[in-house]
Design a protein around this ligand. Structure first.
Ligand SMILES: NC(=O)c1ccc[n+]([C@@H]2O[C@H](COP(=O)([O-])OP(=O)(O)OC[C@H]3O[C@@H](n4cnc5c(N)ncnc54)[C@H](O)[C@@H]3O)[C@@H](O)[C@H]2O)c1
Length: 268
């Protein structure tokens, strides 16, 4: 059956597990083809579990079992060569890229005056510069097509200050500046740009951060008691649904704005 995303292509960073993977599956179910990019190994910082190549392989199989096609790429969003070659291969194979989901990101705790320069650089280079590095290789194709949507996964930390997360919050606020500037530059080409701002999401990142605090994710959620709605966190599929909606014609005139999925947290 023909669906809205039939023959469309979404390029997703940080796709091996968590929100990126859930988004790949959701788009495959809507008949989109997937380009899944992930560092797929442990990197220097932080110490929780990153995606791996078996997860990328199993994502490919899952997408193909649904009936869509899936290219997988192991690469770091800080590595322009890896990005350029993944983008070229995607365009060669599918002829287009309709949606970019800038999702790869890291998070770790630390008081701002105690952070090392290495921690600061990793956070900002992956979460903020990485989004720009990937987008700048995809935007020319979107301009050629005269269509496209760029969605960047920020956080509630992109809309408020957060103690022990200054480098994370700074990188996530930065994505708003980037998003709004893309919206201005790219609107004449019929390309939209948006950021999304989830509360805690039930992913390996959430589990890993809790473990680094010596607590369970449930204990961390209870301590912060942030969400208005009675849930400790939202699911990766909730984020995937938001990305689907924001990529669809139903939101065709939405650009430059911030879509909040916070279970009411910022209203508290
Ligand atoms: N989990 C949360 O509570 C939460 C809340 C709000 C926003 N976010 C944001 O959502 C995004 C996805 O988070 P998640 O919860 O799915 O995290 P996750 O750690 O569970 O998954 C992130 C994926 O990104 C990959 N990745 C990390 N660094 C990379 C790099 N340099 N290059 C390429 N791939 C890389 C990892 O290997 C992993 O597969 C992140 O940007 C995160 O900051 C997370």
């Amino acid at each position: 059956m023909e669906r809205e995303f039939s023959n469309q292509v979404i390029f997703i960073t940080g796709a091996a597990h968590g929100q990126g993977r859930a988004t790949a599956i959701a788009f495959a179910k809507e008949r989109a083809n997937i380009a899944a990019f992930d560092v797929a190994k442990q990197i220097e910082y932080p110490s929780y579990t990153f995606g791996n190549s078996q997860e990328l392989e199993s994502l490919k199989q899952e997408v193909e079992a649904i009936g869509s096609e899936c290219l997988i790429f192991s690469g770091d969003v800080r590595d322009d060569e890896a990005i350029s070659s993944a983008v070229s291969e995607t365009i060669e194979k599918f002829g287009r890229i309709d949606v970019l989901f800038n999702n790869a990101g890291i998070c770790a705790y630390g008081l701002s005056h105690e952070l090392t320069e290495q921690a600061w650089d990793a956070m900002v280079d992956i979460n903020l510069k990485g989004a720009w590095l990937v987008a700048r290789r995809i935007i020319p194709q979107m301009i050629k097509q005269k269509s496209g949507v760029i969605i960047s996964n920020s956080s509630i930390a992109g809309l408020r200050g957060m103690g022990r997360l200054s480098h994370y919050a700074a990188s996530k606020w930065g994505l708003i500046g980037l998003t709004k500037s893309w919206a201005i530059e790219l609107a004449p080409h019929n390309i939209r740009a948006l950021s999304i701002h989830p509360t805690g999401v039930n992913t390996p990142m959430n589990d890993g951060l809790a473990a680094m605090e010596g607590a369970t994710p449930q204990e961390i959620a209870e301590r912060s008691a942030g969400n208005l709605l009675p849930v400790p966190w939202i699911e990766p599929e909730d984020v995937a649904n938001a990305v689907l909606f924001l990529s669809s014609k139903k939101s065709r005139f939405v650009t430059g704005s911030q879509y909040v999925l916070d279970a009411g947290l910022l209203t508290r």
